[in-house]
Design a binder for this molecule. Structure first.
Ligand code: AHG
Ligand code: MN
Ligand code: MN
Length: 336
């Protein structure tokens, strides 16, 4: 029984911050240089900044578009640029970061070529995912992928073009009713919630597992009539089985719900986006690593997403990810 003046602790959990978690993980690797910890620390700092700006967006009049398009041909939101700037400045100050790649920048950013003494990394990110939700107070997110910098490549920028199986870390931040950070370093998935009263991400689950199945699918229903027959057959089958359909219009929100509740998230190829809309390097791959590490599956058509060989930094792929049984059902319909 806590005395009245003792602050309520997170029910059923020790009080472990993200920083404490990262330092304890680092101690498991005797040869660690600390560079990886510094990358995640920078990402969490930027996430706190972005969360604060999203909460005050309308009050600070930073909603709406910039009146410019990014390399994707999409209208850049003011907060896309603000979030991108926060991540570039937080990560750029860390000596262990060699290269950055962002949805909002045409080409990769080579921060430093001399990374002696460091175990250098490449960090790829979607600074603000689902940003069209901002104006309507919907959930948005940040997605990140971490690769070991490959010094052997002839053109240093190609170090960012490594298949998803080479990711050493990945995760996302969901800016919703609370701010949730979900990450993996290749040995399971951990989840943290930002306590804004103390400015710390607190550990709430250090072994997130996706349910093996779930009677829910998530896709933009407007795309179904133009999708390939296999996707149409799957949706028809799911509706006949009484599946529910949930779609937030932000990948981070849809994937987080799928991770928590089970089911499958799909973004099929469409007439407008014949290769799919979502980007391999900083949307599909990091989400694929999270879902696989939690016991699920992630495919791009009939190819495992993390085995797709990248050819350019903003390439798009179809996405089918979620509970292993549900992904298998979609793949069966695609293969028929
Ligand atoms: P971003 O805001 O980073 O461009 O990403 C938007 C993506 C993704 O978040 C979401 O799953 C998808 O766009 C939604 O696309 P539709 O509006 O075509 O359904
Ligand atoms: Mn996105
Ligand atoms: Mn984005």
């Amino acid at each position: 029984m806590t005395s009245p003046e003792t602050p309520e602790l997170t029910a059923g959990h020790n009080l472990t911050s993200l920083q404490t978690f990262l330092l304890s993980e680092e101690r498991k690797h005797p040869h660690a240089t600390g560079s990886y910890t510094m990358v995640l620390s920078a990402l969490s700092l930027a996430a706190k900044f972005i969360a604060a700006r999203c909460r005050r967006a309308r009050l600070e009049d930073v909603l709406g578009g910039m009146g410019a398009q990014n390399v994707q041909g999409e209208d850049q939101q003011k907060l896309d640029v603000i979030a991108n700037e926060a991540l570039v400045r937080a990560l750029g100050s860390r000596k262990g970061v060699a290269i950055l790649a962002s949805e909002e920048d045409d080409d990769v950013i080579v921060l430093r070529e001399d990374t002696s003494g460091e175990r250098p990394y490449v960090v790829l990110f979607d600074p603000l995912d689902g940003s069209s939700n901002l104006d309507v107070c919907g959930s948005v997110g940040t997605i990140f992928s971490i690769l070991q910098h490959d010094r052997r490549v002839a053109d240093v920028r190609d170090s960012a073009l490594q298949a998803g199986v080479h990711q050493v870390g990945a995760g996302y931040v969901l800016y919703g009713p609370s701010t949730v950070l979900v990450m993996t370093s290749g040995n399971g998935v951990s989840m943290f919630v930002l306590d804004p009263t103390i400015g710390s991400f607190l550990l709430v689950d250090d072994d997130v597992r996706i349910p093996e199945s779930g009677k829910s699918y998530s896709l933009n229903a407007a795309n179904v009539p133009r999708a390939a027959a296999g996707y149409q057959h799957y949706v028809q089958w799911a509706n006949e089985q009484g599946y529910s359909m949930r779609y937030a219009g932000a990948m981070v929100a849809d994937v987080h719900r799928t991770l928590m509740k089970g089911g499958v998230f799909l973004y099929p190829p469409t007439a407008k986006d014949p290769s799919g809309k979502l980007r391999l390097m900083y949307e599909a791959n990091p989400m694929a690593m999270i879902v696989e590490q939690a016991g699920g599956k992630a495919y791009s058509g009939l190819t495992r997403t993390m085995e797709v060989e990248p050819t350019q930094i903003h390439q798009r792929v179809p996405v089918i990810l979620g509970s292993s049984r549900e992904v298998d059902t979609v793949l069966r319909h695609l293969a028929d």
